[in-house]
Design a protein around this ligand. Structure first.
Ligand SMILES: [Fe+2]
Length: 305
């Protein structure tokens, strides 16, 4: 059975460029019940789960986001009555969620006229949020289709090329920086609102600025994400730029100098060749993030190294 329901003309015109609405058939899938999500949370390392209070402003500064001092399992169990926001990251590492993700991303890409070689790095993020919770203004470095499973979600998206909202520096990638971006109330004049109910979905292209809130009941949704060859290339350049900025060497954005872009891609690949084999355990990942990006790199973990 198909999991993606989409108008192919709309998909072909807008895919990877502009947000558009579509539908899915996963709202009643047993992988998304609260008890199943509790089991999932228990089975994952703690750096795969991030949670905090859902009562935050759209433009909340990272240091103003209140933490919750309870286990992830407890937060999910009380999500109906709580004020919490949670993301369970990298569920593609669990075979049953991976199968769903691969089917979904493949169907969506084929509907938009893409081939299997046009997408890779399929990853899944499940969001569990209480009623009236807010995900502050931010952008994500991957292609995404956000599917709504339970409750209502209100997604405000903005123009991807509007540098008045986000600068090229804001697009740089650095684990030492919280994802929340500076938000000013006048931005809202430029927002497009997508209201999602169970069975609805919205395509969120690479780096599109957005903020999200939930309705009067708790919400479960999932980001079905992937990367194109172009996104992989841009991310390498932007990660190098973010890292060099941290060491006092700010760089120009991708596209300004093709020679520098190519050199950064090569340097990135050389460094990853050394670092990736060291990133096998959670402790090693924490230490490496801390060494390269400083203590803020582990900002979402309750116990810092
Ligand atoms: Fe996001």
């Amino acid at each position: 059975m198909s999991v993606v329901i989409v108008d192919q003309k709309i998909a072909r015109e807008n895919f990877l460029k502009k947000p558009f609405r579509l539908k899915h058939t996963l709202a009643n899938n047993p992988l998304f019940t609260l008890s199943r999500l509790v089991d999932l949370a228990k089975s994952l390392p703690s750096d795969a789960i991030e949670y905090n209070s859902g009562k935050v402003a759209i433009g909340a500064r990272p240091e103003d986001v209140p933490k919750i001092d309870r286990s992830a399992e407890d937060v999910i169990k009380s999500i109906e009555t709580d004020n919490a926001w949670m993301v369970i990251k990298h569920v593609e590492n669990k075979p049953e969620y991976r199968a769903l993700l691969e089917q979904f991303v493949t169907e969506a890409n084929i509907a938009a006229g893409r081939k299997p070689s046009d997408f890779s790095d399929i990853e899944g993020f499940i969001f569990v949020s209480s009623a009236k919770a807010t995900t502050p203004f931010h952008n994500d470095a991957e292609e995404n289709i956000l599917i709504q499973i339970k409750g209502d979600k209100f997604v405000s998206t903005f123009d991807n090329d509007d540098r008045a909202l986000l600068s090229e520096e804001d697009l740089e990638i650095s684990p030492s920086r919280h994802r929340n971006r500076n938000y000013e109330t006048w931005f809202e004049e430029r927002a497009t609102l997508h209201t999602l109910k169970p069975g609805d979905a919205v395509h969120m292209p690479y780096m599109i600025p957005h903020w999200v809130s939930t309705g009067n009941t708790y919400s479960i949704s999932m980001a079905m994400t992937w990367k194109t060859p172009e996104v992989l290339r841009l991310n390498k350049i932007r990660l190098m730029n973010g890292t060099l900025r941290r060491f006092g060497m700010p760089q120009r954005g991708p596209g300004v100098s093709p020679t520098m872009d190519a050199a950064k891609v090569l340097a990135h690949d050389a460094v990853r060749l050394v670092i990736d084999p060291l990133r096998k355990t959670e402790t090693a990942r924490r230490v490496l993030r801390g060494l390269i990006y400083g203590k803020n790199a582990n900002y979402y973990l309750k116990t810092k190294p």
